[in-house]
Design a protein around this ligand. Sequence first.
Ligand SMILES: [Zn+2]
Ligand SMILES: [Zn+2]
Length: 140
Amino acid sequence: MGDESVLGGQTEAMKAVVYAGYGETPTLAEVAEPLCEADGVVIAVRATGVCRSDWHAWNGHDPVPLPHTPGHELAGVIAEVGADVTRWQVGDRVTVPFVCGCGVCEYCVAGDAQVCPDQTQPGFTGPGPSPSGSRSARRT
Ligand SMILES: [Zn+2]
Ligand SMILES: [Zn+2]
């Protein structure tokens, strides 16, 4: 895919595995680096997996935004912290749950983020992580 930026509107690029359509062969492409939102962090991904859930998304059984970077099982280090983040700092080693609650609704406050109506899922509601030290934006 050359140096074409396929995700987001930021100017800096990084490498990520991307597929353009369901069932199409994934390629290594240049994508825009994620922006760090005020209530989020950017994770420098050090390892990620791709599992059968990602296979279902790739086949269109679980619709995802296209083009898409698969994966939701990641570990890495926080590379950037948003201005409103108080509990995390650059250098913290982290992973991310499959279901990421909003953190502020009644379900999240009660500890039930798995039923948050505003939940996100890395690799499904947005791009997943990529290997080789790429970055992934996450809300805290
Ligand atoms: Zn999985
Ligand atoms: Zn919530």
